[in-house]
Write a protein that binds this ligand. Structure first.
Ligand SMILES: Cc1cc2nc3c(=O)[nH]c(=O)nc-3n(C[C@H](O)[C@H](O)[C@H](O)COP(=O)(O)OP(=O)(O)OC[C@H]3O[C@@H](n4cnc5c(N)ncnc54)[C@H](O)[C@@H]3O)c2cc1C
Ligand SMILES: NC(=O)c1ccc[n+]([C@@H]2O[C@H](COP(=O)([O-])OP(=O)(O)OC[C@H]3O[C@@H](n4cnc5c(N)ncnc54)[C@H](O)[C@@H]3O)[C@@H](O)[C@H]2O)c1
Length: 483
């Protein structure tokens, strides 16, 4: 059995642990997938590198009200050039990262999957046995698929494969209504494909504030063929190289009429959509099951499958007791499934592995998120429904982007900055934006919540540049009815 000082399972955010404190330790990094993990190889970074050209193209198409006409269609989109620019950069970073780690005298990289055989013993797929007094579990999550005939067809993809398509798909069917479905609908529509999005329920982006999700639904409906209340039950191939997605109605009666009218169809309760490519975006599950958690006695949340940890990111056993020498971070233990959360937890774990006697706690109070769609969405803290459920009184203001000077310049008609506060204390409870640059505009609100600044502090304790789009945030704050 090969013994190390520290073993890290997973080279996504797990790879960022290795700062100066680890230079004198014998460290193993184990990853059975592509070095660098999800965000770099198949997640945040390549998707946003696709979002950017899609966003520019879609914005160009919408210049009409500003007196400029630009004709952007799929014929102008060089898919191989876009794809190769993205992966030319990303693949090199992954390979460079792997080479660098391998070049370090104190680091051993194992490019295999691994599972536990005991609380601090592991075995790789090839049978190599490993042990360490300190093990960090950062083995992430993977795509979750429903049980559906046709998933093995070459036209059916997940976010892991769809970004490397050899050819441009003219018709794309996207299954799902979460972040991944929304961002890829924007990417393929923005670049000129015909997109049909099939969502099981009648609500997109479930975790979002209701008003924001509804505005996004309206916007999605204006852009692509959005079909709510349909559950795919089979994908069947045709001789011409296309596939047909067959779906069954799942939504309430009032939605049924509209969708049935647009459907290409067998009857009111079923529809068929023909596609060159189908993207299944039906969620992700933590990789805990691949680790043989029972062999180590790891505690797993039965509903979510997440590894259980305490506030110091120490792994808990099935009875909720802290396990000696085991820490976890990122998608394997975090319900948020966000890279900035994995990175924050990695910083916490990096410290706690070296200083277990003086641990720091993770701060999960105000986790922001953005959906990089057209328009963008960004949120932090409670939704209005959550705030009203938890507080007797709340102050809420939805400020339209179209009501501030830069919004006039953009002729924006859908964007809002919604702020929710406790009227007695002036503390922000939540903030939700939909509109251009939402992921940037929200940052002062995240900062205010994290540092405890009041609404009055942020609204009047600083200058806001005129006539920047940030005035929508300033005006939203000033519009709150506080005591
Ligand atoms: C399409 C897409 C877009 C996204 N966009 C965003 C975004 O814009 N913003 C954002 O914040 N988040 C985004 N995310 C989520 C983000 O990518 C993840 O939250 C983050 O990458 C999780 O990091 P991690 O270190 O926990 O896991 P990962 O980066 O997944 O690393 C885990 C590693 O462990 C390896 N592994 C798994 N099991 C084993 C095993 N048994 N043995 C050895 N190795 C193993 C895997 O191969 C993998 O490389 C996106 C995700 C996807 C899929
Ligand atoms: N911008 C970002 O931060 C970003 C972008 C992409 C992904 N992510 C992360 O990745 C995670 C996974 O994203 P996701 O969109 O795959 O998951 P999700 O959980 O957000 O959405 C899954 C969707 O699939 C649908 N679904 C599930 N089972 C189905 C079935 N059998 N038939 C039809 N529909 C079904 C659900 O109703 C839901 O709409 C997110 O939670 C997010 O944290 C983040």
């Amino acid at each position: 059995m090969r013994a190390h000082d520290v073993i890290i399972i997973g080279s996504g955010s797990g790879n960022s642990l290795l700062g100066p404190d680890y230079e004198n330790l014998d460290v193993a990094i184990i990853d059975g997938g592509t070095f660098g993990g999800t965000c770099l190889n198949v997640g945040c970074i390549p998707t946003k590198m696709y979002v950017y050209p899609a966003e520019v193209a879609q914005s160009a198409r919408e210049l009409g009200p500003l007196g400029v006409t630009v004709d952007v269609d799929a014929a102008d989109v060089d898919w191989p050039a876009i794809r190769d620019r993205i992966f030319g950069r990303i693949d090199a970073i992954s390979e460079g990262g792997l080479d660098y780690r391998r070049s370090l005298p104190n680091v051993t990289v194992y490019q295999e999957h691994v599972r536990f055989t005991g609380p601090r013993t592991l075995v790789t797929d090839s049978g190599q046995e490993l042990t360490a007094p300190k093990i960090v579990i950062a083995s992430g999550s993977r795509v979750e698929l429903p049980d559906l005939p046709g998933l093995d067809l070459p036209q059916v993809h997940t976010s892991d494969t769809v970004m490397r398509l050899p050819e441009w798909p003219a018709r794309v069917v996207i299954v799902g209504g979460g972040y991944i479905a929304a961002e890829f609908a924007h990417i393929f529509h923005g670049l000129g494909a015909h997109v049909t999005q099939l969502n099981r329920s009648d609500r997109l982006l479930r975790g979002q504030d209701r008003e924001i999700a509804e505005r996004f639904r309206e916007s999605a409906q204006d852009q692509w063929d959005l079909q709510l209340g349909w559950t795919p039950h089979a994908i069947v191939p045709a001789d011409d190289g296309t596939v047909t997605v067959r779906s069954t109605r799942t939504a309430p009666e009032e939605d049924r009429r509209d969708a049935a009218q647009q459907s290409t169809v067998e009857g009111p309760g079923t529809r068929e959509d023909v596609a060159d490519v189908v993207l299944m975006a039906t969620g992700r599950r933590p990789n805990t099951d691949l680790l043989d958690p029972a062999a180590a006695g790891l505690g797993i949340d039965p509903e979510s499958g997440l590894l259980r940890v305490d506030e110091y990111q120490r792994v808990l056993d099935a009875d909720g007791n802290v396990m000696d020498g085991l820490w976890a971070l990122g998608d394997i233990c975090s319900p948020a499934q966000l890279k900035h959360v994995a990175n924050h937890e990695a910083r916490v774990v990096a410290h706690n592995v070296i200083h277990p006697e003086d641990p720091v706690a993770a701060d999960h109070r105000f986790i922001p998120a953005a959906v990089f769609t057209h328009p963008e969405i960004a949120s932090v803290g409670m939704t209005e429904d959550q705030a009203r459920a938890q507080h007797e009184r709340v102050a809420v203001k939805s400020q339209a982007f179209g009501d501030v000077a830069y919004g006039w310049a953009m002729e924006d008609r859908r964007g809002v900055c919604k702020v929710i506060a406790d009227p007695a204390t002036g503390q922000l409870l939540g903030a939700h934006l939909i509109g251009p640059h939402a992921s940037i505009l929200i940052q002062p609100l995240i900062q205010a919540m994290s540092t405890g600044q009041t609404v009055q502090d942020i609204a009047r304790g600083q200058y806001w540049i005129h006539p920047s789009l940030t005035e929508v945030v300033e005006n939203a704050l000033l519009g709150l009815d506080l005591d």
